[in-house]
Design a protein around this ligand. Structure first.
Ligand code: XCC
Ligand code: SF4
Length: 639
């Protein structure tokens, strides 16, 4: 065993420099008083490795690990002779493979549940949105006339399973891709077959002595990422809508103030909606409500965090307590009786913080345990067994609360739940509609373009700040913003997801928002729901007037505070689909190399979008708006 020294930050950073979220600041102050460590302290105590940050190292074999010099990137090669471009491209490819694997793993879990629901083996969930089931089935060529829902659903299951398992051909949702975009993918040989195959090939090609030409590797990088966006993530979104309902706008409370001192507080954090759906049933079970009352609680208060939370706030209006960087600080309130987690973005640091306040931290998924947390496995065939048990433990923690409770009195109210179906419907009717109203408003210039602002928070930058500043700047310039994940929560806390925020928009966008009664910032759900943005883009191409491929659209994307490999996969599938995508924080490439040039320029020359990088929100906005204007000009709709 290697003895590791505890990480001690050298100097104490001012809380206002760590986050603009008042509630998180308040809890970080309390954490300091209580002697509790969070990701913010750990980040301060651990300088990011500069060689890794430039992706200038390789540990793919044991002749190494090798590190190159980012200041003189071509001055040295690895022991095997791999140059900086091969090394970076392989590293990037593995990030994309991991992110794609996560989203496909999630989507596949949803599809397994769907199959068992259709076959009657799971009785706790049922098909809620039959219309969506039928329309998606039609879209991918399944016969629906005069057939039972069950027959259609079973065919849909078999068809979508190919997303993962198919070894040859094109994955099912390739049928939704605008023809010109698909044609470009075919030309480069990057239409995904099945996700398992693409991830396997990506891993294989990054082994020592395999693909060492970054211009060839990039093709598999694109193909793997597309098996996320048009594959696993899209299946996760669509199947979750079919099973649990397609979102439509709903008013939601966001921030730590949604906790209630006199209630049993249960948080669900993670990504797969089924845990949350079953928890909803448990917290409403009369027998459990009765025991909560007997324990002296006024009721059971269920709230969400991260993507699980973003998904059910969009679908059911469940309050949301905060994004990724707030998952530790919220435990510092002492008010959380149980935190139930499933998969992804569940940081191990939660274990210690939960211990400090005797919060029940419970893992529920066989593929995500945390050493030191309680594991109560959720079996989809009897899910309430798990969620009831979690609620029982939460009630008992409430009864024995040993700590003074301090809940920041911060609550923002916004409207969320804008599926692409709803965006179409919402903008319908009010405007002259030779194209769709959204396209029409872009063509007439009221809306300058559309930006997707998504992704994580990261303690390497001031929490929420880059998200909020960027979005403010975009809407001020008449760019309609669509959002998912932790970014959506940052804006909700800042009050920009309410219709009143139209006052902060430029005159054109404000007019559209006021006419329709919508906010200038539309929350679409969790990170797998980024696929709603892909579908919205496809719809914009299909209905006409804005060019004939996604790359022609006046749109751009950003993940200003990203931290995960999933974010890299998402960025890459947007770029391969034709979207200019700008990341903040840091970018894992060495400056001035051929691989950097390929990502930031070369892909666009191949007919795709391209990557951009800038940690400054105002610069980022400027880059995105300049791109939107360039596309408007090419379409002849600039004024
Ligand atoms: Fe995770 Fe999805 Fe990132 Fe938030 S945004 S930190 S990936 S929870 Ni998706
Ligand atoms: Fe070094 Fe090459 Fe092995 Fe990588 S694959 S560790 S560059 S020898």
């Amino acid at each position: 065993m290697v003895e590791k020294k505890a990480l001690k930050p050298k100097k104490e950073i001012e809380l206002k420099d760590l986050t603009i979220c008042d509630a998180t600041q308040q809890m970080l102050a309390k954490a300091r008083r209580d002697g509790v460590e969070t990701q913010f302290d750990r980040a301060a105590g651990m300088k990011a490795c500069p060689i890794g940050a430039d992706s200038a190292c390789c540990k793919h074999c044991f002749m190494g690990p090798c590190r190159l010099n980012a200041k003189d990137p071509y001055g040295k090669v690895g022991v095997c002779g791999a140059n900086i471009d091969a090394i970076q491209a392989r590293n990037f490819g593995r990030m994309v493979a991991t992110g794609t694997a996560c989203h496909n793993d999630h989507g596949m879990a949803m599809l397994d549940i769907f199959r068992d629901v259709v076959q009657g083996k799971i009785k706790d969930y049922r098909i809620k949105d039959v219309n969506k089931l039928v329309s998606i089935s039609k879209e991918i060529g399944i016969e629906t006339e005069d057939r039972s829902v069950q027959d259609i659903a079973m065919d849909l299951y078999h068809e979508l399973e190919k997303t993962y398992t198919q070894v040859e051909g094109e994955l099912p949702f390739a049928k939704r891709v605008p023809p010109k975009t698909l044609e470009m993918w075919r030309k480069h040989g990057i239409v995904p077959r099945g996700a398992m195959r693409e991830i396997m090939e990506m891993m294989s090609r990054t082994h020592i002595g395999m693909d060492q030409d970054h211009t060839n590797l990039i093709k598999q990088i694109c193909r793997t990422a597309l098996a996320d966006g048009w594959g696993g993530s899209m299946v996760a979104t669509e199947i979750s809508d079919i099973l649990f309902g397609t979102p439509s706008p709903v008013s939601v409370e966001v921030n730590m103030g949604v906790l209630k001192e006199d209630h049993v507080n249960v948080i669900v954090h993670g990504h797969e909606p089924n845990l949350f759906e079953s928890m909803l049933a448990s917290v409403n079970a009369p027998s459990l409500l009765e025991s909560a009352n007997e324990a002296g609680a006024k009721g059971i208060n269920l709230v969400g965090m991260c993507c699980s939370g973003a998904e059910v706030m969009s679908r059911h209006g469940i309050p949301h307590a905060g994004n990724f960087s707030s998952t530790e600080p919220i435990l510092v309130t002492g008010a959380v009786d149980a935190m139930a987690v499933d998969v992804q973005c569940i940081q191990q640091g939660l274990v210690k913080v939960a211990e400090c306040y005797e919060t029940e931290l419970i893992t529920t998924n066989p593929r995500c345990h945390l050493e030191g947390a309680t594991h109560i496995e959720l079996d989809e065939h009897n899910p309430q067994k798990c969620t009831d048990e979690i609620v029982i433990r939460a009630i008992s923690r409430f009864k024995n609360r040993k700590f003074p409770v301090e809940i920041p009195k911060k609550v923002g109210i916004g409207v969320h739940g804008f599926s692409h179906e709803y965006i179409n419907y919402m903008l319908g009717g009010s405007f002259r509609a030779s194209y769709t109203p959204l396209n029409e408003n872009i063509i007439n210039g009221r809306i300058r373009g559309v930006a997707g602002v998504v992704g994580c928070t990261n303690p390497r930058v001031k929490q929420d700040y880059v998200h909020v500043e960027l979005v403010r700047e975009l809407i001020k310039n008449d760019v309609l913003v669509v959002q998912t994940g932790c970014s959506q929560i940052a804006l909700a806390k800042a009050g920009l997801t309410s219709p009143e925020a139209a006052a902060l928009a430029g005159p054109g966008l404000a007019e559209v928002c006021e006419t329709v009664g919508m906010p200038p910032v539309l929350g679409l759900g969790s990170c797998v729901d980024n696929t709603r943005i892909l579908i919205a883009c496809s719809e914009m191409v299909r209905t006409g007037g804005l060019g004939d491929s996604i790359a022609d659209l006046p749109v751009a994307g950003a993940a200003p505070e990203y931290m995960s490999e999933k974010a890299i996969a998402i960025g890459q599938y947007f770029v391969a689909s034709g979207v200019y995508t700008v990341f903040g924080v840091t970018f894992p490439v060495t400056k001035g190399t051929n691989f950097e040039k390929l990502l930031f320029e070369g892909l666009e020359e191949m007919g795709m979008g391209k990557w951009g990088f800038n940690p400054d929100p105002h610069e980022m906005a400027r880059m995105m708006i300049a791109h939107i204007d360039k596309k408007r000009q090419a379409l002849g709709i600039d004024k």
